[in-house]
Design a protein around this ligand. Structure first.
Ligand code: GDP
Ligand code: GDP
Length: 437
């Protein structure tokens, strides 16, 4: 289980500035980040060792003037339904506007924690003016400057205080069944795939009125293996209002992802891979989830000798740097290779469970290190003495060495490649830490 914070507020109050600042904190701490920055509306924040999902709802609102207010109100209602806590962001430079007032009306009605954040409080004068925001009637009020970062630490402290240990980071699960999430954008064929796998009756189950679960779990038994399929496809269609919001399907996908061991990302072969697909994919990778890509509607693609090979090559380029993953071409409609997709998800699950014995790991990796040493930094050579796989749910390795801070990304990538060459971690994001011996 994990904790989700949604940022709501009208345009230009500074939501995305704040959002980017929150995610940067994590970047500085975690060393497995690729350094590739993408436009994201959601991500994982890490503050004092606690992780939580952050969603910037602003990225989902089309800013054409006429639909504006209704869209924002919709977005607030969904955020209230879906998130565990809300950040209601306002702007000290403009003061309280009518739209702020109308959002506050909605937000005061929820029992979920709401953090009223007054942004752009860049100096003392602004702070004095900003006290008018107390009139909105929220208990938790924070004055920050997203630009300079002032006040953001206290805010993050207050948010993480709400997060219990088992809502943050890795949860040691008691039930041992592999859990696969079917994720992807609307209309790529998730429901069709699920129906092809588990039959039509499942859709009926999901239509039961008053279903309050965020995700549907379907217990499955196949190839003498048991697993659980997690999906959100059926629920998405529950309410018309929610149906048309991309934000809604994404927030659900993130929940499904949090519950899963392996994510099956479904793409539409004709449409190809979009920026949103890549964002969801890299979020799953950052969360350390296993990944399989299913290219659906392959029946619609005109094929020549190398079509699949070329398509796979193109996908891998787009998915880099983490692209050691199974890619399967399927048709949910014709039921082509859909079981292959499940088989691969099971393989990835096994790969993610795998713990390499320390002796074997050292034998292989120390040899690889011997044949290509980390470059000398500031006159001293770097000696890696020992490597061990960490006993964590997310696949991770610690390399013990004399100057852990001096090992740079290219050498880290070399080590990851060596791990992938010698052991099968297909579909599994790998974290690498350098520790002082
Ligand atoms: P969003 O539409 O709510 O996501 O707002 P943005 O993050 O795009 O910010 C809108 C504008 O406000 C940008 O020009 C930002 O540079 C500016 N801004 C954001 N935070 C601050 C702040 O703390 N102080 C000041 N002075 N400007 C800010
Ligand atoms: P979801 O929104 O991701 O759950 O997508 P749906 O399962 O509702 O499918 C969206 C549309 O794509 C429907 O019209 C399906 O009939 C169609 N579709 C799904 N899978 C396939 C496929 O493999 N081939 C073709 N040709 N159409 C498909």
């Amino acid at each position: 289980m994990s904790f989700t914070v949604a940022i709501v507020g009208r345009p230009n109050v500074g939501k995305s500035t704040f959002f980017n600042r929150m995610l940067e904190t994590r970047k500085a701490i975690v060393d497995d980040e690729s350094g590739v920055t993408r436009d994201r509306q959601y991500g994982v924040a890490d503050w004092c060792g606690k992780n939580f999902n952050v969603i910037d709802t602003g990225g989902f609102v089309p800013d054409t003037a006429d639909v504006f207010e209704t869209e924002i109100r919709k977005q607030v209602r969904i955020a209230i339904d879906e998130a565990d806590a809300l950040i209601f962001m306002t702007d000290a430079a403009t003061g309280i506007t009518d739209l702020d007032d109308s959002m506050a009306d909605l937000l005061r009605r929820t029992t979920k924690p709401v953090f009223l954040v007054v942004n752009k409080v860049d100096n003392g004068d602004r702070l004095l003016e900003a006290t008018e925001f107390y009139s909105l009637g929220f208990d938790r009020v924070f004055f920050i400057s997203s630009m300079s970062g002032s006040g953001t630490g206290e805010l993050l402290d207050a948010i993480t205080e709400l997060i219990s240990e088992d809502q943050s980071g890795e949860v040691l699960r008691t039930d041992a069944l592999p859990k696969f999430a079917i994720i992807g954008q609307p209309n790529v064929g998730k429901s069709s795939l699920l129906n092809a796998l588990v039959g039509q009756e499942r859709t009926i189950v999901s239509d039961i009125a008053g279903t309050t679960r965020d995700t549907i779990h379907t217990h499955y038994n196949m190839f003498q293996k048991e697993f659980v399929l997690i999906d959100t496809a059926g629920i998405r269609k529950k309410s018309k209002e929610k149906d048309d919001l991309e934000f809604y399907s994404i927030i659900r996908a993130i929940k499904a992802m949090d519950e899963a061991d392996v994510c099956m990302l479904v793409l539409d072969a004709e449409k190809g891979i979009t920026a949103q697909d890549i964002s969801i994919y890299s979020l799953a990778a950052r969360k350390g989830k296993g990944l399989v890509v299913l290219v659906n509607k392959w029946d619609l693609v005109e094929k020549e000798t190398n079509t699949a090979r070329d398509y796979e090559k193109m996908l891998k380029q787009r998915l880099a740097p983490f692209n050691d993953i199974p890619i399967i071409f399927i048709s949910a409609k014709d039921k082509t290779r859909i079981f292959k997709g499940i088989e691969k998800a099971l393989e990835v699950y096994e790969n993610r469970q795998r713990k390499i014995p320390t002796s074997e790991l050292n034998e292989v990796m120390l040899k690889a290190i011997e044949s290509y040493h980390a470059p000398v930094v500031r006159g001293h050579s770097i000696k890696i003495k020992y490597v061990t796989q960490l006993p964590t749910q997310v696949t991770a390795f610690a390399f013990f060495c004399n100057f852990p801070d001096d090992i740079k990304m290219p050498y880290r990538n070399y080590l990851e490649n060596q791990l992938r060459t010698h052991f099968n971690f297909s579909g599994v994001p790998v974290r690498i830490f350098f520790r002082k011996k």
